[in-house]
Design a protein around this ligand. Structure first.
Ligand SMILES: *Cc1c(COP(=O)(O)O)cnc(C)c1O
Length: 357
C-alpha cells in the first residue's frame, strides 16, 4: 500500500476549539466548510459535537452531509441559500441561515414556511464581499421581524484584515458595525480566527473559528495565543527509493536542482496530486526520520525528492513528515507563496487516519 497518509489528531482539534472559547468567553461555531478545511467534516463534527455550540458550513450541500451522518447540533449556512427553494430543506433540517442580500430577505418574505427561521443577518462593514449595506441594515432587521417567519436574529459581519495585527481596518469595521446595529437588541457575531486570537477588545457573543481549529496560525508573524494552537493534521509518507549521486547530477523534472556535491537523495511517495504544493521550492523544510531536511528539485505528481546527505539514519522506508507538529503547514505555505487554508483544502487522494478520538 502506498504509504502517504494524513493523520488527524482529534485531541488537538478539541484543544483548539476549547482555546477559542476560553480566550473569548463566547459561544463558538466551529467552521467546518470545505470538508473541514480538508480534515473531514463529518469526523471533525463528530469529534466536537459533545462540546460545540454549533457548526458553520458554506452551503446546504455541506450541511446535509452532516445531518445525514447524524449530527444534530446547530449548523449555520454561511452564505445562506443560493436559491429560494432551499428554504424548505433549511426548515426541515433546522439549519441556521445567513441573510447577506436583499433578494434573500424578499425570498423569505414571500416563502410559505412551516416553522420560523434562525437568521444571521450579515452587514457589509467594509470588506465589500457580501453583506447588507449599512443604510439597509435596520430596515432589513425590521422586515425580518415583521415577516413573522423568523424566531431569532443574530447580527454578524466579517473582517477583511484581522490577520494584520498592526492594521486599523478591523477597528474601522467594528465602528461601522456598531453604528449600523444601534438600537437593535440581538446577539452579535464578528470574530473569525485572527480576530479570536488577535483582537481581544472586539466583543462578540458568538465567535466563528476556522483555521485555528486545525492548529494553523492565521498570522504571518509570531503571536502569543497562536503559539498555543496544536497542529491537527500530519501529512506523512515514506522514502521509497534512495540514490547516491556524484556532483553535477540533475534531480527531477526540468533539472531544476543539480547536485553541487556528492549527495544522498530520498524519493518520497508524495506529490502535487496529494495536495503537496507544486510551487514549494528546493529548500522547503521536511522532516526525515525525525530530523529536519529539505526538498530538492521540482515536486512531481506522485513523488518528491528530499536531501538525505546529512541524515545518515534515514534510508529506504524512513518516515517523512511533510507538515504536522514539527514542520508547520504555515511554513510550507510561506515557502509555496500561499496560506495554510489552501494547503489544507488542497489535500486529496491520501487516506485520513483519525487518532485521539
Ligand atoms: C470561513 C469563515 C470563517 C472562518 O474563518 P477563519 O479565518 O478560518 O477563522 C468565519 N466566518 C465566515 C463568514 C467565514 O466565511
Amino acid at each position: 500500500m502506498r504509504p502517504a497518509r494524513a493523520l488527524i489528531d482529534l485531541q488537538a482539534l478539541r484543544h483548539n476549539y476549547q482555546l477559542a472559547r476560553d480566550v473569548t468567553g463566547a459561544k463558538a461555531l466551529a467552521v467546518i466548510k470545505a470538508d473541514a478545511y480538508g480534515h473531514g467534516a463529518v469526523r471533525v463534527a463528530q469529534a466536537l459535537e459533545a462540546e460545540a455550540d454549533g457548526f458553520a458550513v458554506a452551503c446546504i450541500e455541506e450541511a446535509l452531509e452532516l445531518r445525514a451522518a447524524g449530527i444534530r447540533a446547530p449548523v449555520l449556512l454561511l452564505e445562506g441559500f443560493f436559491e429560494a427553494d432551499e428554504l424548505a430543506l433549511i426548515i426541515e433540517h433546522d439549519f441556521w441561515c445567513v441573510v447577506h442580500s436583499l433578494w434573500q430577505l424578499e425570498a423569505i418574505e414571500q416563502a410559505a414556511l412551516s416553522k420560523p427561521l434562525t437568521i444571521w443577518l450579515k452587514l457589509d462593514s467594509g470588506m465589500h464581499r457580501v453583506g447588507l449595506h449599512p443604510k439597509d441594515y435596520h430596515e432589513a432587521y425590521q422586515r425580518l421581524l415583521a415577516s413573522g417567519k423568523v424566531a431569532k436574529i443574530v447580527l454578524m459581519s466579517h473582517f477583511a484584515r484581522a490577520d494584520e495585527l498592526d492594521c486599523t481596518s478591523s477597528n474601522e469595521q467594528v465602528a461601522v458595525f456598531e453604528a449600523a446595529r444601534q438600537g437593535l437588541a440581538a446577539e452579535v457575531s464578528l470574530r473569525n480566527s485572527p480576530a479570536v486570537l488577535g483582537w481581544p477588545s472586539v466583543s462578540s457573543d458568538w465567535v466563528r473559528p476556522g483555521i485555528m481549529l486545525y492548529g494553523a496560525t492565521p498570522f504571518g508573524e509570531d503571536q502569543a495565543l497562536a503559539a498555543r494552537l496544536q497542529p491537527v493534521m500530519t501529512l506523512e509518507s515514506k522514502v521509497i527509493c534512495v540514490r547516491e549521486l556524484p556532483a553535477g547530477e540533475p534531480v527531477g523534472y526540468g533539472a531544476r536542482f543539480v547536485t553541487p556535491k556528492p549527495m544522498r537523495i530520498g524519493v518520497v511517495a508524495m506529490g502535487y496530486a496529494d495536495g503537496y504544493p507544486r510551487h514549494a521550492p528546493t529548500g522547503t523544510p521536511v522532516l526525515v526520520a525525525g530530523q529536519r531536511s529539505q526538498l530538492l528539485g521540482r515536486v512531481s505528481m506522485d513523488m518528491l525528492c528530499v536531501d538525505l546527505t546529512d541524515v545518515p539514519q534515514a534510508g529506504l522506508g524512513s518516515t517523512v513528515e511533510l507538515w504536522g507538529k514539527n514542520i508547520l503547514a504555515s511554513d510550507i505555505a510561506v515557502a509555496a507563496d500561499t496560506i495554510p487554508y489552501q494547503i489544507f483544502c488542497n489535500l486529496r487522494r491520501v487516506p485520513r487516519l483519525y487518532i485521539g478520538a
